[in-house]
Design a protein around this ligand. Sequence first.
Ligand SMILES: Cc1ncc(COP(=O)(O)O)c(C=O)c1O
Length: 356
Amino acid sequence: MARPSYFDIDLRALEHNVRLTKKRAANKKICAAVKGDAYGHGLIPCAEIIAPHVDSLAVAFCEEASALRQTGDLPRIVVLEGPFDLADARFIADNGLDSVVHSAYQVELLFSARLPARSTIWLKLDSGMHRLGLEDGEITAQLKRLESNNHSNIGLMSHLGDAESVDSAMTQAQLVRWCAAVDKRSLPTSLLNSAAILHGYDTKSDWVRPGIMLYGAADLPTEHEDRLLPVMHFRSAVMALRWINESEVVGYGGRWQASKPTRVATVPVGYADGYPRTARNGTPVLIDGVECPLIGRVSMDMITVDVTALASVEVGSEVELWGSSLAVNTVAQHAGTIGYELLTRLPARCPRRWSR
Ligand SMILES: Cc1ncc(COP(=O)(O)O)c(C=O)c1O
C-alpha cells in the first residue's frame, strides 16, 4: 500500500486562472512567471498550459530557461536575473532569449555574446526596492551604450516591493520614480505583478508579469465571478487514531497538552514533505472537509491533529493540508511565512500528480 500523501496539480484550474488574468489585464501583454518550477507546480506541465495564452514566460535564471526547452511551442522567454557570466550570456544569445539587465556588467556580457537584434533587453530600474536595478542616470548611460551598439530592442521594467499595499509609502514612492523614468523615454514598459494587477493599478505598464495569481494563491480577495482557483491540492489520509487522557502531551517536546480527553489523528505528512515545521498549534487541517486543529510539533514524516469533534473520523479519512477549501496562505500565516514559500519548496519525496 502506498503512502497516501500527494500534491495534486489541477491544470484546468491553472488554465482558468490564466484566462482570468488575461481578462483582468485586458490590452496588456502578459509575461507569465514560471520561475521556481512554476511556483512549485511543475515547470513543464504548467508551461504547456500557460504558453498558448501569453506573450512570454519569465524564468529567474538560465538553467530554468534551459529546462523549458523540453516543451514544444513556446512564446518568448525572459530571464529575470539576466546573465551571471559569459556562458549565461551566450546561452541567452544563442537561444534568442530576452534578458533583464540590472547592472552595467550584464550589457557588456550580452554584447560579448553577440546578442541578436530580436532579443529584448529589459533595463531594470531600481524604483525603490533596492534589491536589483539601475538608477535613472545609469539607465540613460546604458541606453546610449545600447544605441552605440545598434541594439534597439529595449524595454524598461521594475518590480514593486509592496504591491499588496496600494497606499503604502513604499509603493507610492516607487510609482513616482517609475512614472518619472517612463515619462521621459519612449520605451515599452513592464511593472505590474499579481497584486498590482488584482488591485487594478493605474500606471504605465504595457506588459504585466503575473506569477502567484496564475497558481490561484494570490492573497487578495477577488470578485466571485473572477475567482482564481487554487491549482495545488496537498492531500493525505488519516493513518492512525487514538484517545489520550487529560494532561497527556502530544509529539516532540510535548508541545501540546490535552486539557480534556482528546482524540488524536496522525497524518503521514511532515516537514520532509513540505509541510512547515513552524506551523503552530491550531493550524487548520481539513479532515473529511471539517476544519480540525493541528496539535503538537510537526515531525519529519507526520503531523497530529485534534479530531475530538469529528465523530465520524476513521483511518483513511481524507485530509487536505491546503487546496480548494483551505488556502495555502492560511496555513502559511499559522507558520509565520507566506504561501509563495510553501508552494516553492516542495521536496521530491512527496509525489506530484497532474490532472487536466
Ligand atoms: C521580477 C518579478 N516579476 C514578477 C514576479 C511575479 O510576482 P507575483 O508572483 O507576486 O505575481 C516576480 C516574483 O517574485 C518577480 O520577481
